[in-house]
Write a protein that binds this ligand. Sequence first.
Ligand code: FPP
Length: 233
Amino acid sequence: MTNRLQHIAIIMDGNGRWAAAKGLPRTAGHRQGAQTLQKISEAAADMGVKYLTVYAFSTENWQRPPEEVAYLMNLLRHYLKDEFKKIQEKGARIRFIGERYMLDEDIRALMSKIETDTAQNDKFTLCVALSYGSRGELTSTFKRLASQVESGALRIDDITEQTISANLYTADMPDPDIVIRTGGEQRVSNYLLWQLAYSELFFTPVYWPDFSAEDLSAVIKEYNSRERRYGKV
Ligand code: FPP
């Protein structure tokens, strides 16, 4: 395992509170949060980070008020159609993880198109977790492996940590070196539970819409000063 920073995962929390503090509707926080995502993606790419995975919408978020869900879905449409072009033109690969079947057909089509259009870009990957939940991801992975055992295609002894990793949505990405949660809460909220086994965790009180390239750079600096031992001495 290497100490070189490759992958940062972010829980973009605090949009609603950012808006409330300014006397604005929660949706204004999401709009600003989406702009912060663009800015931080560019900054991460410029800092040499290879993968950025962001939690844009959890499977639990479907239970938010329908107006807020509709706003987030329309924001997503807008980014898929227009706004992501900016980082796409800078050579970013864009991909998605999560329960796609729960998303509207037109959104799924836009997601597939952007994934195909950017598949050859290898400088930087922006991975957007949408309708994502880690326990759901693990459950479907275990079911898939169990059905392979049942059909005789896989032996129980061949189920290893590597086989499990290779059957997750994140199969072709390294595990996150860093997980950042903005907005002051200190929990992982069903995000990348398997993948973050050895990640360094960072919690900041800054609301996501205010999170800056300088904040990201401070996290990376602190990461570089931490020693990762992976359970060894
Ligand atoms: C958490 O803040 C944030 C979300 C549930 C949505 C995150 C979405 C974005 C940053 C926009 C992403 C946009 C695209 C186009 C991918 P919260 O609403 O839970 O804030 P609160 O905890 O202060 O209420």
